[in-house]
Design a protein around this ligand. Structure first.
Ligand code: HEC
Length: 146
C-alpha cells in the first residue's frame, strides 16, 4: 500500500498511468465540449422550430379600417339626391334663406332629425351605414359658411 501511494505521487509515473490520465482528461474534455453547446431553452426552440413561419403583421396592416367618411363624402354619396336640387322640399345645399330657420334649432336637433328622419326626409338621409358623427359632418358640410 505504501509503495502504491508513493508511486502515485511520484512525478515520473508509469506509462500506463500516464495513458489513463490522458484518457480521463480527454473524456472530460469531450463531455465539457458537448455541455458547452448552447442548451438554453431559446437556443433549443430556435433549432427545432418549423421552417417557414408566417409573419402576420402585414396582414393586419392591409386590413385596417378605412376610417370615418368626411361630410363632403357623405353628402355626395347620399344627401345630394334631395338637398342638391331641393327635391321633396329639402333645404338646398348652402342656401342661407332655406337653412336659416332650421339652423336656429341648433346642430344637435338637426342631427337628431337627420338620424331619425323628418317628414319626407328619410332616416339618415338613406345613408344607413353612416355613423352619427358622419351624419353630423354632412350637415355641417351642407350648411358650412351659413
Ligand atoms: C330623399 C330625400 C332626402 C335625402 C336623401 C336627404 N334628405 Fe335631408 N331632408 C329632406 C327633406 C324633404 C327635408 C325637409 C323635411 C321637413 O322639414 O319636412 C330634409 C331636411 C333635412 C334637415 C333639416 C332637419 C330639420 O330639423 O330642419 C337636415 C339636417 C337634413 N335633411 C340632413 C340630411 C343629411 C345629412 C342627408 C344625407 C345623409 C340628407 N338629409 C339626405 C330630404 C332628404
Amino acid at each position: 500500500m505504501n509503495t502504491v501511494f508513493v508511486r502515485a505521487k511520484s512525478i515520473c509515473a508509469k506509462p500506463r498511468q500516464v495513458a489513463l490520465t490522458l484518457l480521463t482528461s480527454l473524456l472530460l474534455g469531450v463531455s465539457c465540449w458537448v455541455a458547452a453547446a448552447d442548451m438554453s431553452d431559446d437556443a433549443i426552440s430556435e433549432r427545432i422550430k418549423p421552417v417557414g413561419g408566417v409573419y402576420l403583421a402585414d396582414a393586419a396592416a392591409t386590413a385596417k379600417p378605412s376610417g370615418p367618411r368626411t361630410g363632403e363624402q357623405v353628402y355626395n354619396g347620399a344627401c345630394i339626391a334631395c338637398h342638391g336640387s331641393g327635391a321633396l322640399g329639402a333645404p338646398k345645399f348652402r342656401d342661407a334663406a332655406q337653412w336659416a330657420p332650421r339652423l336656429k334649432q341648433g346642430i344637435d336637433t338637426l342631427q337628431k332629425h337627420a338620424i331619425a328622419g323628418l317628414n319626407q326626409m328619410p332616416a339618415r338621409g338613406t345613408c344607413t351605414d353612416c355613423s352619427d358623427d358622419e351624419i353630423k359632418a354632412a350637415i355641417e358640410y351642407m350648411t358650412s359658411g351659413l
